[in-house]
Design a protein around this ligand. Sequence first.
Ligand SMILES: NC(=O)c1ccc[n+]([C@@H]2O[C@H](COP(=O)([O-])OP(=O)(O)OC[C@H]3O[C@@H](n4cnc5c(N)ncnc54)[C@H](OP(=O)(O)O)[C@@H]3O)[C@@H](O)[C@H]2O)c1
Length: 282
Amino acid sequence: MPPVRELDLLHKVAVISGASRGIGRAIAYHLASRGCSILGTCSGHAGVDALSTGLSEEVSRRVFAATARERPESLQIKGLVADIFSDDCASVIADELSNAFNGRVDIFVNSACDPMPGVIGAMGPDEVRHSLLGNIQTPVMIVEELVRRRLFQPDSRIIYVSSIRSRQPWSDQLMYAAGKSAGESLCRTWAQAFGGKDDRYAFMAGTTANAVTAGLTETEAVVNCGPEAVQRFQDEFFPSQSIPRFGQPEDVADVVGLLCGHDARWITGCVVSASGGGIKIG
Ligand SMILES: NC(=O)c1ccc[n+]([C@@H]2O[C@H](COP(=O)([O-])OP(=O)(O)OC[C@H]3O[C@@H](n4cnc5c(N)ncnc54)[C@H](OP(=O)(O)O)[C@@H]3O)[C@@H](O)[C@H]2O)c1
């Protein structure tokens, strides 16, 4: 039986990039189970269906029917194709918020990424550009668009899903690690800008920005690398973890969820390790 959560995010709206599968989907489920409306992005129509129908029905069944509670009318769950490699990703998201979510966003979670590793000595400029676009430029442009259109609300939450790879380097993942490190840096600057000190962003004062650095997590992105690679990852990461097992998407989602609540209002500009102790920060 899943936990019965307080509906503390009722009437709030979350945008989660890469929400149709894996960690992003678990974050969407977690926030929806607290009453938050979800605009989840993905790369294709199968993902839209997985969100608008699959996730929405699962939330109705497991969160509300199973606990004999009515699903709140305000709770919307929608999928949207917003390719992180397209020029209009940010405006597509902002348009949808304006058209279907009362022109507001309270939580932005950047979970979609370019998983291209970046092997030293084997990269061309196109691969490097692609990685910078997916992991840095598009998240920046999404926040830019949401700020410019003043869709962010006071006390909003911005969370960039990073990776422990940014602190546990490997020559075969140069670009992936660099993109994640940059995401953590973006959060520090967003935190400083949006807290309330800068009049230009007074409309969203109290907003926090943090990175959650995920450890080895059992998702398709990892499992599809094949058994040999999975074993290599386990051999690399388990010894440094305090809890030596694969993380599940829900393990990471629950940490993201902690940062989204009112109780986390004083945590900003941080990197929180969601890795079973794989990386110890602080
Ligand atoms: N798994 C791990 O061990 C691990 C560890 C550290 C950090 N992370 C981070 O966690 C995040 C999620 O990873 P995951 O393992 O959950 O990945 P995943 O299971 O492969 O899920 C990827 C999600 O991103 C979406 N996506 C893929 N390409 C996209 C594009 N071009 N535009 C928009 N959406 C796109 C997918 O949508 P479609 O269904 O439409 O393809 C899907 O919803 C990533 O930022 C990753 O770096 C993961």
